[in-house]
Write a protein that binds this ligand. Structure first.
Ligand SMILES: Cc1cc2nc3c(=O)[nH]c(=O)nc-3n(C[C@H](O)[C@H](O)[C@H](O)COP(=O)(O)OP(=O)(O)OC[C@H]3O[C@@H](n4cnc5c(N)ncnc54)[C@H](O)[C@@H]3O)c2cc1C
Length: 293
């Protein structure tokens, strides 16, 4: 392994300046949050020298605010901090259960939501939950700040929409309306510490009679990027989330999938599993929505 330079700026402006200086000088620089993806990749994929720019010291990437009009989750907050927050868990239980699936206790102490999203793995566990909850990326860069829906952030396997000199500050959510809740389920070949064969995040809103008035369904590990599946949401909306509606939503997920076959499962298997996960996650989200106010 080669030697690395390390910068730990304390302001967003400094991060952007370091990234821009490197870009203009033709020198590689890469952002570090928890390092649980990056360090593995440096050791096993690309160990070439670069400047590591640590974004864990910024107030903006560490801010966690659960307000009446907005929920903001800083990009670099470790999973362990988020899963311990009962307020966040009460508002976005499916997102918190997705975060909780990442790695071991040691990994949870470092791994961040922003790192999971920016790493842009097709199997990134938090991404379907972020999309199901209509998360909006807060991005800072040389031209100022901009907002992007999470479903538009990942552009391919391991690539994202960040431009030169940009970083992800955090994710914003509109607090769930009355009788709204979410759930995330994945399937892995082992009991823990594995990558999803398929995953599904679902958010539903019910009216007073239990009819679904809004839904978002997102699936992972069955396509090059995590997908928002509007046809699955359409199958749920206007129904009481009966078996027929859940089956139709599952079938829409299967239809949207274009998975690969690998050692964890065949493409055919993934297409079937994603339908089951969608049905079950929608059922859990609905149960939670019935119990919320
Ligand atoms: C043992 C083990 C088990 C794991 N289990 C799971 C699992 O079950 N599910 C799962 O989805 N993942 C899993 N992972 C992968 C990893 O832990 C997660 O993806 C984690 O959330 C990454 O966060 P991080 O803060 O460590 O990111 P880092 O490794 O620091 O960064 C990841 C990538 O994102 C970029 N980046 C990070 N933050 C920003 C930012 N704010 N702005 C711009 N770019 C940024 C980095 O440059 C890098 O390219 C596992 C990893 C290990 C080692």
């Amino acid at each position: 392994m080669q030697s690395f330079a390390y910068a730990a700026p304390e302001t967003v402006e400094q991060v952007i300046a370091v990234l821009q200086e490197h870009s203009q000088a033709g020198k590689p620089a890469q952002i570090l949050a928890g390092g649980t993806d990056l360090l593995v990749q440096i050791r096993s994929v690309d160990g070439s020298a670069r400047t590591i720019v640590d974004v864990k010291k910024l107030p903006e990437t560490n801010r966690l605010e659960i307000g009446a009009s907005e929920i903001y989750v800083g990009a670099a907050i470790p999973g362990a901090v988020l899963t311990a927050n009962t307020d966040l868990k009460a508002r976005l239980p499916g997102l918190v259960e997705a975060i909780d699936l990442i790695g071991s206790t040691q990994i949870q102490g470092r791994a961040s939501l922003g790192g999971n999203l920016c790493n842009a793995s097709p199997a990134g566990d938090t991404i379907p939950a972020l999309i199901a909850n209509a998360g909006r990326c807060q991005i800072a860069g040389p031209a100022g700040t901009r907002e992007l829906p999470v479903e538009e952030f990942v552009t391919g396997v391991g690539t994202n929409a960040l431009g030169e000199g940009e970083l992800l500050l955090g994710i914003c959510f509109t607090p769930p309306a009355a009788r709204t809740s979410d759930a995330y389920l994945r399937f892995i070949p082992r009991t823990e510490m594995d990558i999803a064969v398929a995953g599904a995040g679902v958010s539903v809103t019910l009216d007073e009679k239990g009819i679904c008035t809004a839904a978002r369904v997102s699936i992972c590990a069955v396509a090059p990027t995590v997908l928002l599946v509007p046809a699955a949401a359409d199958a749920l909306i206007g129904t009481s989330l009966d078996d027929e509606a859940l089956a139709a939503a599952g079938a829409a997920c299967t239809a949207a999938s274009s998975p690969i076959s690998d050692k964890r499962g065949t493409a055919e298997y993934r297409r079937k599993v994603v339908a089951v996960l969608c049905k079950r996650a929608a059922g859990i989200a609905a149960e939670r929505a019935r119990g919320s106010h």
